[in-house]
Design a protein around this ligand. Sequence first.
Ligand code: 26V
Length: 811
Amino acid sequence: MAEYTKAQLTELIIGKLHRNFGRDVEDATPNHMFKACALVLRDIMSGHQMNTSNQVWEGQERQVHYLSLEFLMGRSLEKNAYNLGILDTLKEALEGLGFSASDLFEIEPDAGLGNGGLGRLAACYLDSMTTLEIPATGYSICYELGIFKQKIVDGKQVEQADNWLGLGDAWLIPKMDETEEVRFGGKIVDHWDDKGHNHPEHVGYTTVLAIPRDMEIAGYKTNHTNVLRLWDAKSPVPVDMSLYSRGEYLKAVEQQAMAEVIAKVLYPDDNHYEGKSLRLKQQYFFVSATVQSIVRKHRAQYGTLRNFHQKHVIQINDTHPTLVIPELMRILLDVEGYSWDEAWNIVTHTVAYTNHTVLAEALERWPQGLIETLLPRIWQILKEIAARYQRQLEQHFGGDMNKVSKMAIIWNGEVRMANLCICACYAVNGVSALHSEILKKDVFHDAYTMHPEQFKNVTNGIDHRRWLSQINPKLDALVRECTGGDDYLIHPDAILGLEKYKNDKAVLERMEAIKKENKRRFASYLARESGVVLNTDAIFDVQVKRLHEYKRQLLNVLHIVHLYNQLRDNPNMEFTPQTFLFGAKAAPGYHVAKRIIQLINSLSAQINADPICKDKLQVVFLENYRVSLAEKLMPASELSEQISTAGKEASGTGNMKFMMNGALTIGTLDGANVEMHQKLGDENIFLFGLTADQVTSLKASGYHPQDYYHQNGDLKRVIDQISAGFADKESYADLMDRLLRSAGGSPADDYMLLADFDSYRQAHCRALETYADRQRWNQMSLINVARSGIFAADRSIRDYARDIWHVPTRE
Ligand code: 26V
């Protein structure tokens, strides 16, 4: 690792200020300073990146290409400086120049190019792939607008555009000379040669240029540097009023309009599919540019594509990049002139698929008409893939049309992306042990019986350098002291060394002191930002994640109302002070989710204004939950709410961030909670609720939420109250009705809140009893941190490298 002194960094920063902004330090604004620092770090990383890329070329190494429509990167300045090993020196240089480093880090906008878990996972994986010295490239779209900014106005969510590029583009390096062309629309004209081979010609298409804007990714304690390639869309022609032919003029207008809109905005839906034509354009734009770029470099190096699958693996993050399959086929068939079988062999040894959800409404099914008009050649190839697969299925299942129809790629005028992935990918993985089992047992059961060896599990993980060491420096220091240094940063298992101190009173007290200080820090941040004053003597009970019915924020609300009732009935009861924190964005079109946000705010107003609750019960909705807010919140959290209906949350990754920061989990046996429980045992986690199997059998035998309503007086009272509404007189009968009555095809209480209510309430009681025994709580907290090593993304990436990618890793 290259070392930089304070003097050197200072000089480099001043140089950037002069050359790029024509400023001396004295007249540099914080924005100038931020950009200057980013440019200095970018230069350092670019130097490393060129070396990495030469090594990969010379060594003819196998490369990983991670395709994802989302990378939720958050901020980069502090992260890059940390990974480059120059964070302290940079801080000193900045202070020397009269700037506060922490203020400067705060002005960086989050790169919010993702919705939630899936996008943040991709970002954590880039860090680990690079740290483990895997030759890897991430690919996505350079959205002009990231995930919307959330404002709460009169208790309701209002979305604002997130224009992050003003400052955020300091990290991006445009590579005009690596521009690719992507074609839409038009039609295919067949040309048969004398040997009977068809040479399809695409005519009348609209072209969009894909311009790479590369973001360098530094690894930790290594010079290995990878790239996140973000494609920007541009029109190939300026609209020229003087174009004499009407046809050309309209074409130009059309090309410009199509190009401008493609990279405009990230779709803010999470776990909900809508067949929007612009979304399909984004997907194809992104995969076409990416495949062309990989192929172009490969051809330049090897002169042939015959060994393509030996040198590359393409990992597709959910089905969103699935068109990479027909697109690679197109290039091998139409450009290289390979036979179908040759091309198919290459494709099916290159592509691997990760599934991230079992929710039926999230499965992508594109109308065939849309694909046909927008991507005529891709449509032809899809038809051929589907037809061949269909024959295979019929043979394998002996004409059992029930199975064949379920697994078909094209059916009833729709193209099913997950089935296409199953058909073409050499590996298919879920993201937690339970989720991968559900894929095999249920969602993809028939495919599993055909090719059991195709199905794998890779449990998710998080970047523990960011989510522990960087955001929680006091806990980081304690881990270092107890585990004999910073080895845990590259060997996350070493955190286990902390467990030796589980009976050490001084260490346990320090755990508590660290948490207390982090709570105060968060409280003072929140007071500064929003004026909300948190009770830091209360337990911080936190549920932060996207708002979705299956995640059951509403169950949390039911329980809080129940607590409130207890207090009102008996204001002098013994009551452990509790502060409930929520943070969640709702997809703008998801009405029910927005109503739940409004309900939380309404409840918050009611409780916080009620003198009975003073210093006892508090409910706060944190506006605009995002990566940089999570970084402040995780270290301050004590109870982590992971309460999805069992079987619905593929993995969860927030659960891991809380655990790593010493929060205890109250949760269902869902997603990665199951593996947390395995590591922790019953005694170090607060489990409740039905298991995934129980959910399935209760649904099968007939679930009647009304029974719980009528049998549990506390529950009935809570539901009736919410229906009536609080002081603001807004009724939430609409939400409560969903729990009690089926409507419009959706069953009553589809996510079984009422079935789990009582068990949830009891788990809270256990948590509070434990909290009262501080030593025990601190010990559990320590054990949680100590055993969190398996949830490091480094472990996940080693799993991918060994079981799916077949590439070597560092150490
Ligand atoms: C995403 C989108 C994005 C916008 C357009 C429509 C659409 C439709 C479906 C989806 C699927 C998102 C799936 C997802 O985010 N899954 C989450 O992945 C996390 C990382 O593996 C995992 O921890 C969460 O449990 C899982 O819900």
